[in-house]
Design a protein around this ligand. Structure first.
Ligand SMILES: [Mg+2]
Length: 245
């Protein structure tokens, strides 16, 4: 398996395990706290074990792992969010959760995958897929739930409607699949929230940058990013101009 295939395979495996856990007959499966903790745990364990098995020399930065800071000096680092959207994951009616896997090599994104198991989607880099056709007549922005200030100002500029949903991976999937035109995340994120979404978005020809218009830098000592914009190319310049002070 090359790095793209491994990312896709692992995102799919972790997604399958998470789907199974949610439909388990275990009586505790109705307890959201239990499901969140178990989901984080089993997905993190599966991904770190498998990465160790397939790429024993690579480093891993996981939302659910202990951060071994020697990764900052490493050439190859996998940045993973075993369960993105854990708030929504416990609820069977919600599809707003994902698995994120990305590989940084020599400071650049090398491969990535975003699985959205409840949507039956898994976006993987290196598959030569083109940007999907737009599905709406009017532009549509998808935003995070708690900070829609930037989304509203951009919506005015490009004449778009706004919709909100959970999970950075699912919001990215909506743009990759042509359901939405732009994803704006108006607050800071961790690298594991943003890295795999940026990987799969750029792979199909979408544009991605931080909220201040700047380029991402991944595998930093403090692994945070300054918000996230993922856009179809035709809206990107207007958005970048509006956001840069
Ligand atoms: Mg998570």
């Amino acid at each position: 398996m090359n790095d793209h295939e491994l990312a896709g395979y692992l995102a799919q495996c972790a997604g399958d395990e998470l789907l199974k856990l949610r439909t388990d007959e275990n009586p505790r499966s109705t307890n959201p706290w239990y499901l969140r903790d178990q989901g984080d745990l089993i997905s993190h364990k599966l991904l770190s074990d498998q990465l160790h098995k397939h790429r024993p020399h690579d480093h891993v930065l996981s939302e659910e792992g202990v951060d071994d800071i020697s990764r900052v000096e490493a050439d190859r680092v996998w940045i993973i969010d075993p369960l993105d959207g854990s708030q929504d994951y416990p609820y069977p009616e919600s599809a707003e959760w994902a698995v994120h896997i990305a590989l940084i090599e020599s400071g650049n994104i090398k491969a990535g995958a975003v699985a959205c198991p409840s949507l039956g989607r898994c976006h993987v880099t290196g598959s030569d897929t083109d940007i999907a056709p737009r599905k709406n007549v009017e532009p549509l922005i998808v935003s995070n739930r708690w900070n829609t200030y930037q989304a509203s100002s951009i919506a005015q500029i490009i004449g778009a409607e706004i919709t909100c949903c959970g999970s950075a991976g699912v919001k990215t999937s909506l743009v990759v699949s042509g359901d939405a035109d732009v994803y704006i995340h108006g607050s800071g994120l961790y690298e594991w929230d943003a890295c795999a979404p940026v990987a799969v978005a750029r792979d199909v020809g979408l544009v991605a940058f931080q909220l201040d218009g700047s380029e991402f830098q991944f595998n930093k000592e403090r692994p945070v990013v300054r918000g996230l914009v993922i856009s179809r190319p035709e809206f990107a310049e207007a958005i970048r101009e509006a956001l840069i002070p």
